[in-house]
Design a protein around this ligand. Structure first.
Ligand code: AMP
Ligand code: MG
Length: 504
């Protein structure tokens, strides 16, 4: 039995959108991480992926049977500036597998050497950033947020030269697909409308099969992508996730989070939080993410317009522009709905009520957190204790920073009144309400200082801290006291100085 039952639709159906290419050979493959749970979910044949054979596959030295490695072409707006030709500069799609539930997934290598799209880059990746993708991606998955996932990380035995030499690694990633907004931009930039149409129909077959062959499917597809992104960004915002590099080549059609480069979780709540060392203008700051998603979706819309209206038919162009604009203007509305739905659950509210009033309640809470620089994750989590009649842990969190106790008391009273109203509509004992809140407000997130410590140890050859941190991140909602060390924010000075890096 081959390890992967490959069935490669991208290679078959989208010629012109990739270059067939082989991974680079590396000197000494060694398997650092294997995601057995994901392998089982994907229905992989494990026997061929163990030990040395597995290390050789996941380092790119041995191609698994049925793989047709290729570098995907895409374009992209990077920090607002358009590059017509990006593409997989250090990644290769090996192929696709259909899991036992019938879901098709890409299997791709990252860090597998130079390709025709590498430009000045070396096509390589280092152990630290690839294990970082494992930690943050698995944390997101455990938080219930759609994401690409790491299947394996193999060390290569070679050094990768960055600001200093680092041990090299290859990541194997599973994704609903690697189609991005930038994939569509590539064909528009090339003026290849026939291929753009093929790409659209391919994307529809893969992600929105109900739309296949329907008239008006172009705008319906745009709407479907926008609605998935609205759900996704709302989930990011409700856990304090900052992607850090929301270029159009890093925004999926599937609605999965992709490319864990400079991402990080916010600690003290502040909408202008930025960690990425290159994001000087704060374009991808926490609070800008919904606006950027909308901007990226407008770029996707632009690629679809020529498929719907002949550019010489002024009336038709105007009609389709109006239709696309309605979708793009729908995004903030869908986003706001998804956000508030999540926030209601975080506040322990089960029944819907007046949106504006609940929105104001949340805004007042966030203003309190911001004014008093309180940890976002813990503040939400400790509201569950308050719901059970134990406000002390929340008071302790506000602690030394507690400049405005009266404001917190006033807000808690408003919230309690709202809870009482909710309880009248959907009665629930306080302990059960608190338990429901703890199922949506995580206790454990990837704390920046913990992630860095685990990656530093792994880079020096000690994988133990990585594995214990990963195990903690895989149960973010558990109240197990053993997880307490992973729930502590970094000292504020450390967070203030924290910087993350792209594509390192
Ligand atoms: P990212 O910001 O990581 O999504 O990457 C943006 C673009 O740069 C993509 O086209 C990548 O393939 C390319 N890239 C990033 N790092 C490297 C590298 N080390 N070598 C070649 N290309 C790279
Ligand atoms: Mg990318």
């Amino acid at each position: 039995m081959p390890a992967f039952a490959f069935d490669n639709t991208y290679a078959r159906e989208l010629p012109g959108l990739y270059t067939a290419w082989q991974p680079a050979r590396v000197p000494a493959p060694q398997l650092l991480y294997f995601n057995a749970a994901l392998a089982a979910e994907l229905g992989l044949e494990l026997a061929a992926l163990q030990g040395e054979a597995g290390a050789a596959v996941f380092a790119g030295n041995v191609l698994p049977e049925g793989a047709e490695p290729l570098a995907q072409a895409y374009a992209g707006h990077q920090f607002g500036g358009f590059s017509p030709r990006l593409g997989d500069g250090r990644a290769l799609l090996l192929g696709e597998v259909v899991d036992p539930r019938g879901q098709r997934r890409d299997i791709a290598l990252k860090g597998s050497g130079r390709t025709p799209y590498s430009r000045g880059g070396d096509g390589k990746a280092a152990v630290g950033p690839m294990l970082r993708e494992v930690l943050i991606g698995e944390a997101m998955h455990a938080l219930g947020i759609p994401t690409t996932r790491a299947l394996a990380v193999a060390a290569t035995g070679e050094r990768v030269l960055r600001e200093r030499p680092w041990p090299g690694a290859v990541l194997t990633r599973a994704a609903a697909s690697h189609l991005r907004v930038g994939t569509f931009q590539f064909f528009l930039a090339e003026g290849e409308l026939v291929k753009l149409r093929q790409l659209l129909d391919y994307a529809i077959a893969r992600h929105d099969p109900a739309l296949a062959g329907t008239p008006g499917r172009e705008m319906a597809f745009l709407r479907a992508v926008a609605q998935r992104q609205a759900q996704l960004i709302a989930q990011w915002m409700n856990v304090g996730f900052i992607h850090g590099v929301m270029n159009t080549d890093n925004m999926t059609i599937s609605g999965e989070t992709i490319d864990y480069g400079p991402c990080a979780f916010m600690e003290a709540y502040s909408p202008d939080t930025v960690f990425s060392s290159i994001d000087h203008g704060g374009r991808y700051a926490y609070g800008n993410q919904p606006g950027i998603a909308r901007w990226n979706l407008a770029r996707l819309a632009e690629t679809l317009l020529p498929l719907v209206a002949d550019e010489n038919d002024e009336a038709a162009v105007q009609r389709v522009v109006a239709e696309a604009t309605a979708v793009i203007d729908g995004f903030p509305v869908w986003y706001a709905q998804a956000l508030l739905q999540g926030q209601r659950a975080k506040l322990g509210l089960l029944a819907t009520a007046d949106d504006e009033e609940d929105g104001r309640l949340v805004d007042a809470w966030l203003a309190l957190l911001q004014n008093q620089a309180v940890d976002f994750t813990l503040a939400w989590r400790l509201l569950a204790d308050v719901a059970e009649g134990q406000p002390e842990p929340l008071f302790a969190l506000f602690g030394d920073l507690f400049r405005d106790r009266a404001a917190l008391d006033a807000w808690l009273q408003q919230w309690q009144a709202r809870l009482a109203q909710d309880n009248a509509a959907s009665p629930l004992p306080p302990a059960e309400r608190a338990a429901a809140m703890r199922r949506v407000n995580p206790w454990v997130i990837p704390r920046n200082h913990q992630v860095e410590a685990a990656l530093a140890a792994a880079t020096d050859g000690d994988m133990a801290p990585f594995h214990t941190l990963l195990a903690a991140l895989q149960r973010p909602f558990d109240s197990d006291p053993a997880l307490a060390p992973y729930a502590v924010p970094a000292p504020p000075a450390e967070t203030a100085a924290y910087q993350t890096f792209c594509g390192t």
